[in-house]
Design a protein around this ligand. Structure first.
Ligand SMILES: [Zn+2]
Length: 64
């Protein structure tokens, strides 16, 4: 039996990096942070998520 996790949180990378259209949704901050980390590495050349960046990302997460 599979249980669907509600994707209740979302983030717009444009809130952190002006002009970026990337968005992510997830059930938890950690889930979103992982997606943003992958996106940042791929599209922004950010290979290290510093505590400052992680705090910025968490502050930008919205709960629907
Ligand atoms: Zn971005």
């Amino acid at each position: 039996m599979t249980q669907e996790k509600p994707k209740s949180k979302n983030i717009a990378c444009g809130d952190i990096v002006p002009g970026c259209a990337f968005t992510a949704t997830g059930a938890t901050d950690e889930e979103i942070l992982a997606q943003v980390a992958a996106h940042a590495a791929h599209d922004h050349g950010v290979t290290e998520i510093t505590p400052e960046l992680a705090a910025q990302v968490k502050a930008a997460i919205r709960t629907r």
